[in-house]
Structure formats: structure tokens, C-alpha cells
Design a protein around this ligand. Structure first.
Ligand code: C2E
Ligand code: MG
Ligand code: MG
Length: 588
């Protein structure tokens, strides 16, 4: 009999190991033990599972019930909750999350055995019922289980089957032509993930999320041919396989054909939505000859693209595999980084286009890892968010930045304001106001000199809370800017209704703005609109003179980017300020 594959999600190591031991004794296979919801969701995307035991109280950003909800959106796997206690509210939440059972820890082997038997039987029956409902008039056809119910695109199973069939056919053709295998074809496997898709589901609801997926599927189908396979893998993830590719040039062309589909906006609920994608690529037969392995490698490359900010593609590189496992060690290292003084703030100037002076500075965190060198905040900030370390880390950044600003003011090297990035979890802290008051008092910094940068995703997560927090910040006299504007939801109505001071246009719009008409038009419109709303506009990531000229011509207020200066250490930044002050006293 086939072994039942079980995943344990439990952050209490002793309990997790005890449960694994009992289950193994009962003859079940433990695929893995993970300690956070995020790890569980990732694993589900890559591994075939029969059952999950899920602790409800998990230490990470999402608890067991939320994890189960996310998993069930990806795949229909039976989930049994484990808990140390029972209360009304939790039971009710659990009940609505589509779980199969609820067990009190620690569980006895006999209870485990009985529960697993019942759950698997119930799941089998339900699956059967669902399939027959779906097929309605037709007899149950195996084929149906090969298609995604939302988009009607083939799923992973179909892709697996069809991939080897197509390859066999291709090789047969080549053999026929040349009588030997001296010419072999390659295939590009593209793993595509929609950036920040969860925001659509969170804000417009699953109905619109599904409608959007259908539109995406329709667009992707326009590239379908005998030599292209497309599959909807799960939630917001698709795989596109291009066969009969002959060289690198053609691989790049195939990627282009996919990304082109996202150049035009999608229309949803009468709104235009621009989507970006993170793409990972594996190539047959270089990276592997097995489709499962190829998909896994393309997935790893996609994760890397995502970690580097999304809206880009990455080829699979063998080192990625190692990096993935390094993440766990990194998490532990990060816990000690603050105490070991491995964290440091760098400062990047913001220049007024009217006066040419440095008017602001953004504090950006750096981690000098003892073995790995400098680690980008795009990697460790999300990690700190997941583990909850972000609050302590964020408070440290605020304190350091305010202290530094005060020191510069005392040295008469001051700029008008210092900007500090705030992550979502930090912004949602109930006592954020108190923390800020404490820091401003301790550093004696005037609150008007402090600016907090928030991203769109932070702002739209919980609108009531956002309004409350923004009002607190405003009442303290702190400035608020919207960071990376344009990359996400880009809702103009909240720009109107929330008390923002500054809009920061994301780097992706500024890049080559002198050549890219679409970005030029968007940026122009954004600047005009922001001015009408009395917001100051900062363009991020200005790298060339041409980009600068465009922004100047279109009345952008301030710029930030490598063209003027990358983020600098305290000493370097002081030198820059001094040089700038001298330059300003010399008439031109
Ligand atoms: P961000 O707030 O949008 O910061 C701008 C990022 O763009 C910085 O990356 C900066 O080094 C980079 N950048 C600036 N000018 C240019 C340019 O001309 N070209 C290019 N290619 N890049 C440019 P960095 O320092 O790696 O930070 C990445 C992100 O990490 C930040 O994006 C911010 O969201 C986050 N972050 C950084 N420090 C903190 C922090 O203290 N707390 C929190 N919560 N997040 C932080
Ligand atoms: Mg920022
Ligand atoms: Mg930014």
C-alpha cells in the first residue's frame, strides 16, 4: 500500500518530534516538520502531501488557521488542527476554515490513528463528490482532474504527462530526420508568479481575484501552439514550457512573449490594474531532464526574482539551492545581529530640483554579516517581518536615524528632513505613537524633521487601522510619504483621503523614462495629480542625466538615486554635505 505522506506544522520542537515519532510508529511517512505558516505554504507548493497536522498558535506572522486557509487556496489537502486549549472563538474560526479535525495536544497514538483513518476516508469521499458534481452530466472523466477549475487551464498533472510525451515525439522526429541524436532540442520552463496578487484577493475579494486569473489565463493562451504548453499550477502561479528552442536568443524570445502579455493593464471592477511578474527559468536538458526537477528549479529561480523585488526574471543557478537552505541559518543569525552590532544605517541624499540642494535624506539599513558580507534589506527585512524581529529592529532604526539627524543639526550640517522606512508590521503596532514620542523625546529631535515612508501594501492592509495610525503620526507633526508608488495597488482615492505629504515614484517607472513612452506618460500624470493634491513628488532611482532632465522638465520636486549618490556611510555623507555647502557658497 502507498504510504501516507504527512506534514507537521508545529513551532514547539519537543511536541513536533513527539508527534512525528508516534506517527512514524503508526506507519506514516513524515515529509517534513516546519515551524512557521510561511514555510508550510511554500512546501505545499512543491510537495505532494496527503495530510497536514497544523498547530494553531504559530509564532510567525500567520497563525495555523490563516496558514490552513492559504494552503486550501492552493490545494485541497485535509488539515487537522492541533491545539493546547479550546476556546469558542478559535473553534469558530477553525470551523470556517474548512479543516477536518481538531485535536488536543499531546495526542495519543490511538487517537491519531483513528483521526487519520476517518479524515482520509472523508476526504476521499468529498473529492469524489466534488468531481462528480463538476462533471455533472458526463461520467467521471480523469481528464477533468487535469484542469484548473478557475481558469480551465491544464494543471501540473497534465503538464507532467504532456511534457514527456512532447519530448518523446520531438526526439522521434529528430531520429527520423537524422537517424541519430546529433541534434537535440532544448526546452524553456518558465515559472511565473504574479507579484503581490494577494492584495487583489484581500481588497477586492476572491471573486475578483478569480476573474483576474481568468483574464491572465486568456492572455497566456494567446501564445499557445504545438510547441508551447501552459499550466495553471496553483493560486497565482503558472508554468509555460516552450519546446523546440534552439539557442539562448530563442530562450529570451520565449520569455519576452510571456512578459509582453503583462504590458497592458487588466480591467477589473472598472479599474485598470497593472500587474508585474516574477519569473524563474530552468532549461531542459541543462538543468535537469525531469519535469518535476525542472519545475522545482524554475520555482527557486522565481523565488529569487521575488526576493530581489519582483518584476524581473532569473535563470536557475545551482547556488540558489544552497541559498534557500541558508535562509534558516540567516534567520538565527538575524536574531543576534542587533546585539553584535552588525547592523548599520546608510544615508542617501534627496535633492531639490528647484534649488539643487540636498533637502532630505533616507536612512537605509545594512547588515554586515560576519561570514556572508553585506546582506540586502530586501532579503532580511521580510525575514524580520516573518519572525516578528522587525519591531525591535525598526525601533533601533528609528532611534539611530533620529540621533544621527540631531547630531548633524548640532554640527550645522543639517538637511530639512530624515526619512525612515516603516514595514507593515511595524506600522500596525498599537503603541507606535508611544514609541515615536519616546524616541523624539530621547533624541530631542523636532518631529517636523522626521518623515516615515510607508508602502501601499502596508496602507491598504487594514483601512480603519491605517486611518487611526496616520492620524496619530500627523498629530505628532511627523511627515508621511508613500514609498514605491505605482508598483502595487496605486489607488488614487486613498491618496486623496489620507494625510500624506510626499509621493515617491518607484524606480521601475523612472528607469529609461526618456525612452519608455508608457512610463513617461504615467510619471507625468502622477506628478500632476500629486501636485493637485498638494503632495511633494520624489522620483526614486534616478541614474542618468536624461532621466533627470525629463523629471526636471515635468516639474518633479525632488530626486534620489545613484546619479547623485548611492546610500553612504555617516562619514561619507558628512563629506558630501560639506562639499555641497561649499559648492553652494560659490556663485556660478
Ligand atoms: P526603498 O525604501 O524603496 O529604498 C530605495 C532602494 O533603492 C534602496 O535599496 C536604495 O539603495 C536603492 N536605490 C537608490 N537609488 C538607486 C538607483 O539609482 N538605482 C538603483 N538600482 N537602486 C537605487 P536598499 O537599501 O537595498 O533597500 C531596499 C528596500 O529595503 C528599501 O526600499 C526599503 O523598502 C527596505 N528597507 C531598507 N531599510 C529599511 C529599514 O530600516 N526598515 C524597513 N522596514 N525597510 C527598509
Ligand atoms: Mg524607502
Ligand atoms: Mg522606494
Amino acid at each position: 500500500m502507498e504510504q501516507i505522506k504527512i506534514l507537521i506544522v508545529e513551532d514547539e520542537p519537543v511536541l513536533a518530534l513527539d508527534l512525528a515519532k508516534k506517527l512514524r510508529k503508526l506507519g506514516y511517512e513524515i515529509i517534513d516538520i516546519v515551524s512557521t505558516g510561511e514555510l508550510a505554504v511554500n512546501l505545499v507548493k512543491q510537495t505532494q502531501l496527503d495530510l497536514i497536522f497544523m498547530d494553531i498558535k504559530l509564532k510567525g506572522a500567520i497563525d495555523g488557521i490563516e496558514t490552513a486557509t492559504q494552503i486550501l487556496q492552493i490545494e485541497d489537502i485535509p488539515i487537522v488542527y492541533l491545539t493546547g486549549y479550546v476556546d469558542e472563538e478559535t473553534v469558530e474560526r477553525a470551523e470556517h476554515s474548512g479543516c477536518y479535525g481538531y485535536m488536543l495536544k499531546p495526542c495519543k497514538p490511538i487517537e491519531l490513528y483513528a483521526t487519520i483513518k476517518i479524515v482520509l476516508k472523508k476526504h476521499k469521499e468529498l473529492t469524489k463528490a466534488k468531481i462528480s458534481l463538476f462533471n455533472k452530466s458526463q461520467s467521471i472523466s480523469l481528464k477533468q482532474s487535469n484542469y484548473n477549475l478557475i481558469t480551465q487551464l491544464p494543471n501540473r498533472l497534465y503538464l507532467q504527462e504532456k511534457f514527456s510525451q512532447t519530448l518523446e515525439q520531438q526526439n522521434a522526429d529528430i531520429n527520423l530526420q537524422y537517424n541519430e541524436l546529433h541534434d537535440f532540442k532544448i526546452a524553456t520552463i518558465i515559472y511565473l508568479n504574479i507579484d503581490r496578487f494577494y492584495r487583489i484577493n484581500n481588497n477586492l475579494g476572491h471573486k475578483y481575484g478569480n476573474l483576474l486569473l481568468q483574464q491572465i489565463a486568456q492572455r497566456l493562451q494567446t501564445i499557445l501552439s504545438d510547441e508551447v504548453l501552459i499550466a495553471h499550477l496553483n493560486a497565482d502561479e503558472f508554468a509555460i514550457v516552450f519546446f523546440a528552442v534552439e539557442n539562448r536568443q530563442q530562450i529570451l524570445q520565449s520569455i519576452n512573449r510571456v512578459t509582453q502579455q503583462f504590458e497592458r493593464p487588466f480591467l477589473l471592477n472598472k479599474r485598470e490594474i497593472f500587474l508585474t511578474t516574477s519569473i524563474g527559468i530552468a532549461v531542459y536538458p541543462w538543468d535537469s531532464t525531469e519535469i518535476e526537477q525542472l519545475l522545482q528549479k524554475a520555482y527557486q529561480a522565481m523565488s529569487q526574482a521575488k526576493q530581489q523585488g519582483g518584476n524581473q526574471y532569473k535563470f536557475y543557478q545551482p547556488t540558489v539551492e544552497k541559498e534557500e537552505s541558508d535562509i534558516l541559518t540567516l534567520e538565527t543569525d538575524l536574531r543576534y545581529a542587533l546585539g553584535r552590532k552588525e547592523l548599520q544605517l546608510y544615508y542617501q541624499p534627496q535633492i531639490s530640483l528647484k534649488t539643487g540642494s540636498i533637502v532630505g535624506v533616507e536612512a537605509l539599513i545594512r547588515w554586515h554579516h560576519p561570514h556572508k558580507g553585506i546582506i540586502s534589506p530586501s532579503i532580511f527585512i521580510p525575514l524580520a517581518e516573518q519572525t516578528g524581529l522587525i519591531n525591535a529592529l525598526g525601533e533601533w532604526v528609528l532611534l539611530k536615524a533620529c540621533q544621527q539627524m540631531k547630531t548633524w543639526q548640532l554640527k550645522s550640517l543639517a538637511v530639512d528632513r530624515i526619512a525612515v522606512n516603516l514595514s507593515g508590521r511595524q506600522f500596525n503596532q498599537v503603541d507606535l505613537g508611544k514609541i515615536l514620542i519616546k524616541i523624539l523625546k530621547r533624541t530631542q529631535l523636532d518631529s517636523h524633521c522626521l518623515e516615515l515612508e510607508l508602502t501601499e501594501s502596508t496602507l491598504i492592509a487594514d483601512l480603519d487601522l491605517t486611518i487611526r495610525q496616520l492620524n496619530t503620526l500627523k498629530s505628532l507633526g511627523i511627515k508621511i510619504s508613500v514609498d514605491d508608488f505605482g508598483t502595487g495597488y496605486s489607488s488614487f482615492s486613498y491618496l486623496q483621503n489620507f494625510p500624506f505629504d510626499i509621493l515617491k515614484i518607484d524606480r521601475s517607472f523612472i528607469k529609461n523614462i526618456d525612452q519608455n513612452c508608457k512610463n513617461a506618460a504615467i510619471t507625468k500624470a502622477l506628478i500632476q495629480m500629486a501636485h493637485q493634491l498638494n503632495l511633494k513628488v520624489i522620483a526614486e532611482g534616478v541614474e542618468t542625466k536624461k532621466e533627470l532632465s525629463f523629471l526636471r522638465k515635468n516639474k518633479c520636486d525632488e530626486v534620489q538615486g545613484y546619479f547623485f549618490s548611492p546610500p553612504l556611510s555617516v562619514c561619507e555623507f558628512e563629506l558630501l554635505l560639506q562639499k555641497h555647502q561649499v559648492a553652494k557658497t560659490i556663485p556660478n
